[in-house]
Design a binder for this molecule. Structure first.
Ligand code: SAM
Length: 297
């Protein structure tokens, strides 16, 4: 029987965030696939564990993935860890999970530290609907077109960024969304110098022009305003009036109800509805007469 792949998150800065289940899983698996074995070795030393380690990083996902999958299919269990945070989230793992799913190997995800969720929850911006954008493309043209595709995004947007690119990225965001758009910059989360800066894109650009950014950042950007609701046209209003009539309302009451709901002047809607129902009944009478003519011939 095939083994199980465990996705084991690791702290994004604070070793106190290691959970009992993470440690137990690392202790119990046959092998650990790690993004950087040196980083994982330090974690294992901290936990007092010794485990066989194999490399699984961005540039060997194909061969590394095949090797891990072969061992899983042979019945071994494996934990996948990255340098920090949740595997497969802007980190290696996505392909391995897909390979396992395709091969029918069970994958268990252990919940734990993740920079984007930590940042979103503390941001003070709407959390109900959000979009995770990860790292923006480095290529200038792709980056511009990606930001243009977010022009009408109304959900809160979350970006990862490296400190040496932060100033340029903030300028691009300010250009794309305007300087007044709110942003929360979450720096060095869970670490000694953790900082949460709630400001606007324009002010953030000014701030980091004077204070060069240091440490790791998650950027949480407010979504844009939804486009104004399209005004309901007379056709839609008439449709609703006739719908209400089929439910038993008089024309007068149906018009009253719809004009209030769609903010259309009552008199205008009433005369439109009268015109339409007159022409409908005229059409009906005409049809009856034609039918009579045909049958009497
Ligand atoms: N898989 C990880 C996760 O679950 O969050 C993300 C890995 S991604 C390669 C690294 C990026 O995550 C950093 O560039 C930064 O944007 C963000 N990040 C990671 N740790 C962070 C921290 N302690 N504070 C702020 N941002 C952090």
């Amino acid at each position: 029987m095939a083994g199980t792949l465990y996705l084991v998150p690791t702290p994004i800065g604070n070793l106190g965030d290691i959970s009992r289940r993470m440690a137990d899983t690392l202790a119990q698996v046959d092998l650990i696939a790690a993004e950087d074995t040196r980083v994982t070795l330090k974690l294992l030393n901290h936990l007092g564990l010794k485990k066989p380690l194999v490399s699984y990083y961005r540039h060997n996902t194909q061969t590394g993935g095949e090797a891990v999958l072969a061992r899983l299919l042979a019945g071994e269990s494996c934990a996948l860890v990255t340098d920090a945070g949740t595997p497969a989230i802007s980190d290696p793992g996505e392909e391995l999970v897909a390979q396992c799913a395709a091969a029918g190997v069970e994958v268990v995800s252990i919940p734990g530290p993740c920079a984007l969720i930590t940042a979103l929850s503390v941001s003070g911006l709407p959390t109900g609907r959000f979009t995770f954008e990860g790292f923006l493309p480095m290529n200038r043209k792709n980056r511009k077109s990606h930001l243009a595709s977010l022009e009408h995004e109304t959900r809160t947007m979350i970006f990862y960024e490296a400190p040496h690119k932060l100033t340029a990225t903030l300028a691009d965001l300010a250009e794309a969304f305007g300087p007044q758009r709110r942003i929360t910059l979450c720096r060095e989360l869970t670490k000694l110098h953790e900082q949460v800066l709630r400001t606007t894109l324009g002010q953030a650009v000014e701030h980091f022009a004077q204070t060069p950014p240091k440490g790791e950042f998650v950027l949480v950007v407010e979504g844009g305003c939804p486009p104004p609701e399209e005004q309901a046209g007379p056709e839609q209003a008439l449709e609703e009036v006739f719908q209400l009539q089929t439910q038993g309302l008089s024309l007068r009451d149906a018009v009253k109800q719809v004009s209030k709901k769609l903010e259309i002047p009552k008199n205008q809607l009433y005369s439109l509805a009268l015109d339409r129902s007159n022409s409908q009944s005229e059409r009906h009478i005409l049809n009856v007469l034609i039918q009579r003519d045909i049958t009497s011939q």
